[in-house]
Design a protein around this ligand. Structure first.
Ligand code: MG
Length: 249
């Protein structure tokens, strides 16, 4: 069931979202060649705790990290590891959320490690812009299919592919609430968007082919083609005045 938030609940939720966005900003500033993904994760843990919040993902379904840190062909749910060093030319997706006062925030971005290839940069740029297109379509009275179509059409026009098996979601009291928010769809189809809905829109975009598979560790999702993948996410609120991005530092 979709839970509509009151304006007081939205105000409370902004705090969790601001901290989540702060963590992502900290990640972007910390990432450098040679650091392990576990080191990056511990920096994010310390930041979230310093803000009085708790990492939303830590222990969620048994997940062992503060953030999902996914490198190159890893799409989502990468596990922070002391054995995984970020290398010059990698791209790294960081997905991180924080919970405080009973509300969650959730956001993600893909970062360049040092200098990356022009194609890797284009993949990141297109994915980030596809999120902006999805958010712009998230108007009260529009439908979920309008969001998905906005993302998918932009990504496919750029020659890339949208992951189908994993989607965005409602967010608020719980990290994952109804509804599911696919990054593909048909305009005018699906649930109607109403003021008070809070959703995470999170396009996952593969350079080649939309298909993915999960590794034997039970978490990490990688592209089936082995191509690079990028991921951007914001938590937003649907309002009468239009979509509001809650995950701003
Ligand atoms: Mg999410």
């Amino acid at each position: 069931m979709v839970q509509l938030k009151t304006s007081a609940e939205l105000a409370a939720m902004k705090k969790a979202c601001r901290i989540s966005a702060g963590a992502l900003k900290v990640a972007g500033e910390a990432i450098r060649p040679g650091m392990t993904t576990k080191h990056l994760d511990s920096i994010l843990y310390d930041y979230i705790r310093s803000q009085g919040a708790k990492p939303s993902f830590l222990g969620y379904g048994g997940f062992p990290g503060t953030a999902c840190i996914s490198v190159n062909e890893e799409v989502i749910h990468g596990i922070p590891s002391t054995g995984r060093k970020l290398l010059e030319g990698d791209i790294v997706s960081v997905d991180v959320g924080a919970v405080i006062d009973g509300f969650h925030g959730d956001n993600a971005a893909t970062f360049a490690v040092g200098q990356v290839s022009a194609e890797a940069q284009r993949l990141m740029d297109v994915t980030k812009e596809s999120l902006a297109k999805g958010i712009a379509a998230a108007q009260a009275g529009a439908r979920l299919g309008d969001i998905g179509h906005a993302v998918q059409s932009y990504v496919e026009a750029a020659g890339f592919a949208v992951v189908r098996q994993y989607v965005g979601h409602g967010v608020g009291h719980d990290l994952h609430e109804d509804p599911e928010v696919p990054n593909y769809g048909v305009p005018g189809r699906g649930l109607r968007l109403m003021p008070g809905m809070t959703i995470a829109i999170e396009p996952m975009v593969n350079a080649v082919g939309w298909d993915v598979k999960q590794l034997d560790n039970g978490w990490t999702v990688v592209t089936k083609s082995g191509s690079l993948s990028a991921h951007f996410e914001h938590t937003i609120a649907i309002t009468e005045q239009g979509p509001v991005i809650l995950t701003q530092p």
